[in-house]
Design a protein around this ligand. Structure first.
Ligand SMILES: [Zn+2]
Length: 443
């Protein structure tokens, strides 16, 4: 039977409404906030508009952005974000570290604020989602609460951290305060002294940007995964277990430089051959036990680096990352064992020195549970995973409870114009952020 078009629309509309009934009503709990949803079209529109600041002339959304901290594009992008915050009924302020902050008062003055946000600066030739999604979703959450006149108990505060990609600088200053050498720092060719005043910061008052430990209810951040785990698994929401610990080692391999024509093969002490074996050993050992740990040799220098000389000296890096520091220790121990064997086999000396250690920043289990519950209430499946990339959230974890929400990055691509998160996934992430804020408000 063919129905007239208007009747068909009515019946389809009715079926849709029935299918969605639990979401449109008051929900099982009877709370009006449970059915609150962000405006997905407005979120998409603002992400597309933000992408125009830092876009190459004549380019399109697909060309990504170069919105390096303190650049003209960064200044324009920040102005746009400030305007959006005002539209959401807020009065944004800029602290001495250049962070953009906007508070929405709660009904109970005695409660600590719930902070949420991200960053809007990018790497050179970056994508449209890294930082931008979390930042504009945070503003969208505020806008949604304003649209529906929902008053929370806790104050809510949007935090757009300055210079994440070059630093992180803004979140570092806010949580740790200025450290020796900070004032002399240069990011992507722009010195802090020159750059910070351009975005409204104040070098002389950096201490004033500090947030006291224990003074926040929690910090939440929505971010793209920047890896391919969620995309591959077909799961829309990641519950971040923490930001990984990073150990960086400097390796020095000493062989003997000698004539490439007159030194017989058995008598060589080839430092580069030893390096090649060690690089492969890193790969073997890191993948030899279960887990998400990663290991990378990304930098190498060869001396004398000539085609007709057996290499006498090689220096290279080894970088190991995992949520568990004990896994990193275990990995480094087996890599050292392999290095000793390689040194013996190649007649070289190998030294491996730890030059940098970043501890992990673990998410707070209670916040993770609320993220899971929020996703479940939206009918979205979740997966626990670590953040292999550094985040503003790892600094906020130093001063209070922290939780991060990940959404899929298509193909695991990030820090490239090809970075992509589907609009439906953006909206899902923003809705999980909104519902997590509301849930954390009740704790
Ligand atoms: Zn980011």
């Amino acid at each position: 039977m063919r129905l007239p078009a208007d009747r068909r629309t009515f019946i389809l509309g009715l079926a849709g409404a029935l299918a969605c009934a639990p979401r449109l009503g008051l929900g099982a709990s009877g709370r009006k906030e449970d059915s609150l949803r962000i405006d997905a079209q407005r979120l998409q529109r603002t992400l597309e508009q933000l992408s125009t600041f830092g876009r190459r002339a004549g380019g399109s959304f697909a060309d990504g952005v170069s919105r390096i901290a303190y650049s003209d594009a960064d200044i324009k992008g920040r102005e746009y974000a400030v305007g959006l915050l005002r539209e959401a009924g807020l009065e944004p302020k800029i602290d001495a570290a250049g962070n953009i902050l906007a508070v929405r008062p709660g009904s109970d003055q005695s409660l600590k604020p719930i902070l949420f946000g991200s960053h809007i600066d990018s790497v050179p030739s970056g994508g449209n989602f890294d930082g931008d999604l979390g930042s504009l979703s945070a503003i969208e959450v505020m806008h949604t609460l304003e649209d529906h006149s929902v008053r929370t108990r806790h104050p809510l505060e949007v935090t757009l951290w300055s210079n994440e990609e070059g630093g992180p600088f803004g979140s570092h200053i806010a949580t740790e305060g200025p450290q020796p050498g900070d004032l002399e720092r240069t990011f992507n060719g722009i010195s802090l002294k020159e750059g910070l005043p351009r975005i409204g910061g104040d070098l002389a008052r950096l201490d004033s940007a500090r947030i006291a430990p224990g003074s926040i209810h929690c910090y939440l951040e929505l971010h793209i995964e920047q890896g391919g785990i969620l995309d591959k698994a077909g799961i829309p929401i990641g519950v971040v277990d923490g930001i990984v610990s990073i150990d960086e080692y400097a390796v020095e391999i000493r062989g003997i430089a000698n004539h490439a024509g007159t030194t017989p093969m058995p008598e060589r002490h080839n430092a580069l051959l030893a390096a090649a074996k060690l690089i492969e050993a890193v790969q073997d050992e890191v993948t030899s036990f279960p887990g998400r740990q990663v290991g990378t040799v990304g930098q190498l220098t060869v001396s004398p680096n000539a085609p007709n000389v057996v290499p006498g000296l090689v220096r290279h890096s080894i970088e190991l990352r995992d949520l568990s520091e004990s896994t990193l220790v275990r990995m480094s121990a087996v890599i050292r064992e392999r290095a000793a064997q390689i040194a013996h086999d190649t007649g070289t000396e190998i030294s491996i020195k730890l030059v940098d250690h970043d501890p992990p920043a673990l998410a707070t289990p209670e916040v993770q549970r609320q993220i899971e519950a929020a996703a479940e209430s939206l009918g979205l499946r979740t997966l626990h995973l670590p953040s292999g990339a550094g985040q503003d959230a790892q600094f906020l974890a130093k001063i209070g409870p922290m939780g991060m929400i990940f959404v899929p990055s298509v193909g695991g691509l990030s820090h490239t114009p090809k970075e992509l998160t589907h609009w439906a996934d953006c909206a899902n992430g923003a809705n999980v952020l909104l519902q997590t804020v509301l849930r954390m408000d009740r704790t």
